[in-house]
Design a protein around this ligand. Structure first.
Ligand code: MN
Length: 266
């Protein structure tokens, strides 16, 4: 009964990231922490699996396992063969930046947690919202700090949630997307359960020229929040609350089933 909790961590910013180190540190008091993370920054990797080449696992000096693959590869591999035990929980993060609204579809942080969830394990994605993510109120001048600061805050929130799941398990394996405002823990308003907001269309790609004279492109920034009203993740974080959104994987647009059926039969 009193087995220590087995906690699997991953992320999309890479095994060397400050957010991952803060998460491992914060959760190490709660159980046995194992880290399996990409060996490079894979933000925006979404749920991709590497199928065109083999994967290798190496152990970093700090004990973290690093994989030359995606966040999804890491959790998939860890749970289905690399580890000879089953994690009690998968925690992904702490992402350097928010994952709210449409971000969740592109996010590798959310994807790593989604993989745990698909394998039947309660899973959390933890992101530290900073800069533009906090300035979602219209008219707010965008002051974007160069990097998030309060990883310790997000680590404490993650520990609070893991402890809660440990003592008061959720009814079914859940996938919870957590966004934490970048501020001291004492300044947080508390936990708020939210739905995903929506963003405006992304900024255009940014073009430039490489040394060979070819045009190259960078994908532009995510759009600002469009649906950021009360009840959304954007609103919660902008007003100092930790946002908790339960996610599901079924993308079926149920209200459109009937309309599509009648269109097919026309
Ligand atoms: Mn990231």
């Amino acid at each position: 009964m009193n087995q220590p909790m087995k906690i699997l961590l991953s992320n999309d910013d890479g095994y060397f990231s400050a957010g991952l180190a803060a998460l491992a540190e914060a959760l190490s008091a709660l159980g046995e922490v194992t880290v399996v993370a990409p060996d490079a920054e894979r933000s925006g990797a979404s749920n991709s699996l590497t199928l065109d080449r083999p994967l290798t696992v190496r152990q970093a000096p700090n004990g973290f396992y690093r994989v030359n693959g995606t966040p999804t590869d890491c959790v998939h591999m860890a749970v289905t063969g690399l580890l000879d035990w089953q994690p009690d929980i998968v925690v992904s993060g702490i992402n350097h930046g928010a994952n709210m609204g449409d971000d969740t579809l592109y996010s590798g942080t959310v994807a790593a947690a989604t993989e745990g969830y698909l394998l039947g394990i309660p899973s959390l994605a933890i992101s530290l919202a900073y800069g533009s993510a906090c300035a979602t109120e219209s008219g707010t001048p965008r002051h974007i700090p160069p990097r998030p600061e309060y990883f310790v805050t997000a680590g404490r929130v993650a520990a609070d949630l893991v402890r809660k799941i440990q003592h008061c398990p959720l009814e079914a394996p859940a996938l919870i997307n957590v966004n934490v405002p970048d501020c001291p823990y004492e300044n947080l308003q508390g936990l708020k359960v939210t739905r995903l907001g929506r963003r405006h269309k992304a900024e255009p790609v940014i073009s430039s020229t490489n040394p060979r004279g070819e045009t190259i492109y960078w994908v532009g920034a995510a759009g600002p929040a469009a649906d950021a009203g009360e009840g959304t993740d954007f609103h919660a974080v902008a007003t100092g609350w930790v946002s908790l959104t339960p996610l599901q994987v079924d993308l079926t647009h149920y209200p459109q089933l009937a309309g599509l059926r009648s269109w097919v039969e026309r």
